[in-house]
Design a protein around this ligand. Structure first.
Ligand SMILES: [Fe+2]
Ligand SMILES: [Fe+2]
Length: 282
C-alpha cells in the first residue's frame, strides 16, 4: 500500500502537531493511519465487487447457447468468459492437422487450450523446486479442459493414467476438490475468482466434499495441494513459457506410446482421438 507523506501529516493535524509528537507517538499514529486506510480499501473493494449468487448463475442457463461444462476445443474462446456476448456470430477456428503419431508435446502445440496457464503453473512449480512428478502434475492439471470442463480433475486423471505414475494421476484428480478448501498451513486460500464462477454462496457438491476429505487424509495429500498452490497465482499475460522447458521432465515421467496418443489401444485412446478430430460428426 502506497502512503502519501502529506496525507499522513494532514491527518495528524499538520506539520506543527507532528513536530510536537515523540517517536513512539508518531509510530502509533502511522500505524493507526495505515490500518484505517487498509480497512477503507477492503470496504471499497467489497462495495465495488458484485459477485453473483448461485441462483443468479443458475438463471443464466436458459439464455446460453452452450453448456458451461463443454470442453474448450468445442467452444469459441469468448464463450463462458463473456456470457452476455451474442454467440450467434462467433466461429471456432479451423484446427491444424496433427502428426500421424501424436505426442504429448503435439497436443500442447495443436490441441490443448489455455496452455499458457498450464505452462505458467509448471514453471512456477519448477522455480519453487518441487519434485519432477509435481511439476508434471502442474503441467497437466487442467489439460482435460480441452475435452470437458465439468469434473476436469477426474477426466484428467483418467486421460493420463496409462502414461504417468499413480502419484501424478492422484495429484491431477484431487486438485479439483482441494481448490475449494483453504489450508492455512500451506498458505492456500479460497480463490476469489470462484465467487464469480460458482456464486458467492456456493457449497461444493457432495462428491467434491467427500473426495476432499479422502485426499486430506491421504499420504499424497501434498502432491495434490501443491498443484493448487502453483495453480492460483499462475495467470500472468506477460509471462511467456515454452513447452521446450519441460521436454526433459516429460521424457523422464511420461510414457509416450510408440503408436501415438489415440492410436495405442488403451481404455482412454478414444479420448485423445476426440481431441484429434473434434469436427468428426459421430
Ligand atoms: Fe483445475
Ligand atoms: Fe488450473
Amino acid at each position: 500500500m502506497k502512503v502519501d507523506r502529506k496525507e499522513v501529516i494532514a491527518s495528524l493535524g499538520g506539520e506543527a502537531a507532528v513536530k510536537s509528537m515523540d517517536h513512539e507517538a508518531r509510530a502509533d499514529a502511522l500505524e493507526d493511519f495505515l490500518s484505517a486506510r487498509l480497512e477503507a480499501v477492503v470496504a471499497a473493494r467489497k462495495g465495488n465487487t458484485q459477485y453473483p449468487t448461485v441462483a443468479e448463475l443458475e438463471s443464466k442457463v436458459d439464455s446460453r447457447g452452450y453448456r458451461r461444462g463443454v470442453g474448450r476445443l468445442f467452444l469459441h474462446e469468448h464463450s463462458n468468459k463473456t456470457p452476455t456476448v451474442d454467440e450467434s456470430k462467433l466461429r471456432v477456428p479451423r484446427l491444424k492437422p496433427m502428426p500421424a503419431k501424436p505426442t504429448l508435446v503435439d497436443f500442447f502445440n495443436y490441441r490443448f487450450a489455455s496452455t499458457a496457464h498450464l505452462l505458467q503453473s509448471a514453471a512456477l512449480a519448477k522455480r519453487r523446486g518441487v519434485s519432477e512428478d509435481t511439476i508434471l502434475a502442474c503441467l497437466l492439471h487442467d489439460a482435460a479442459q480441452a475435452l470437458i470442463k465439468t469434473d476436469h480433475g477426474y477426466w484428467g486423471a483418467q486421460l493420463f493414467e496409462p502414461y504417468v505414475s499413480e502419484r501424478i494421476a492422484f495429484a491431477i484428480k484431487y486438485h479439483q476438490a482441494l481448490r475449494f478448501f483453504p489450508d492455512a498451513d500451506t498458505g492456500y486460500e479460497y480463490p476469489e475468482s470462484y465467487y464469480q464462477t460458482f456464486g458467492i454462496d456456493y457449497v461444493p457438491l457432495p462428491h467434491v466434499q467427500r473426495d476432499y476429505q479422502y485426499a486430506r487424509n491421504h499420504k499424497w495429500y501434498m502432491d495434490a495441494r501443491l498443484v493448487t498452490l502453483n495453480d492460483l497465482y499462475s495467470f500472468d499475460p506477460n509471462v511467456q513459457v515454452s513447452i521446450d522447458e519441460f521436454t526433459d521432465i516429460i521424457g523422464r515421467h511420461f510414457k509416450q506410446p510408440e503408436e501415438g496418443l489415440g492410436y495405442d489401444n488403451t481404455p482412454v485412446s478414444h479420448m485423445w482421438r476426440t481431441m484429434i478430430n473434434p469436427d468428426q460428426p459421430l
